[in-house]
Design a protein around this ligand. Structure first.
Ligand SMILES: *Cc1c(COP(=O)(O)O)cnc(C)c1O
Length: 232
């Protein structure tokens, strides 16, 4: 069994080293510990080891897990959000990293209005244009940004991406650069600030930090391998 405290310390060290390497202030970077599939007990251990921000990717799982844990823990949602889960998700999560279409954004806005909430969100971008992935295509996001920014209940704080699966961390670099460039272009074109870039997972988070990540989403390097769901 891995030592969660040691894993967390190693990940934080790697973040600090990557930040120092390019002259960034390490305080600009927040570690989101992705606890999906791992039981509440493991989250509690990580919390006791000093980690206070966690991420989940399934509303069903989070609805069971979050109420079992101390209310001092902060939660972000990072998975594909189904429309029929929005109402449950909004009160549980401080930020949704994965708003992946205009229709979803409009639906979140409508439900947030009914519930009297102002959710903080990131827009997920499919920078590599992979057919199988959720997320705005960069050109679609440019075309729809005006409509997104007009949704009164949403506070859009930045962009998120999941690059194509690769063995080498360096393979992700160009996608992280593309996300940052897109963010910079949107800020200019629409005269807004989009401070957050959510990018980097276990395989590539030091590269993401070098390219400007403010939120890194790390699961396996902290909690170990996830169990695969049983089949049939
Ligand atoms: C599971 C997941 C992660 C964490 O992945 P690891 O490779 O285990 O670090 C990060 N982001 C999202 C959106 C995820 O679903």
């Amino acid at each position: 069994m891995e030592d969660l405290a040691a894993n967390l310390e190693r990940v934080r060290e790697q973040i600090a080293r990557a930040a120092t390497k390019i002259g960034r202030d390490v305080d600009e970077i927040e570690l989101v510990a992705i606890s999906k599939t791992h039981p509440a007990e493991r989250v509690r251990e990580a919390h006791e080891a000093g980690q206070s921000l966690f991420g989940e990717s399934r509303v069903q799982e989070a609805r069971v897990k979050i109420p079992e844990l101390p209310s001092a823990i902060h939660w972000h949602f990072v998975g594909h959000l189904q429309k029929n889960k929005i109402r449950h998700a909004l009160p549980l999560f401080e930020m949704i990293h994965s708003v992946d279409s205009l229709v979803l954004a409009q639906e979140i806005n409508r439900i947030a209005e009914e519930e009297g909430l102002h959710p903080r969100v990131l827009l997920e971008v499919n920078v590599a244009g992979e057919g199988s992935k959720f997320g705005f295509k960069p050109e679609t996001l440019r075309a729809e940004m005006e409509l997104l920014l007009a949704l009164p209940r949403l506070t859009i704080e930045g962009l998120m991406t999941i690059p194509p699966l690769a063995e080498e961390a360096e393979a992700s670099r160009k996608f992280f650069v593309q996300l940052r460039d897109l963010r910079d272009a949107l800020e200019k074109q629409f005269d807004v600030t989009l401070p957050h870039l959510s990018m980097g997972m276990t395989n590539d988070f030091p590269v993401a930090v070098e390219e400007g990540a403010t939120l890194v989403r790390v699961g396996t390097a902290i909690f170990g391998e996830r169990m695969r769901p049983k089949r049939g």
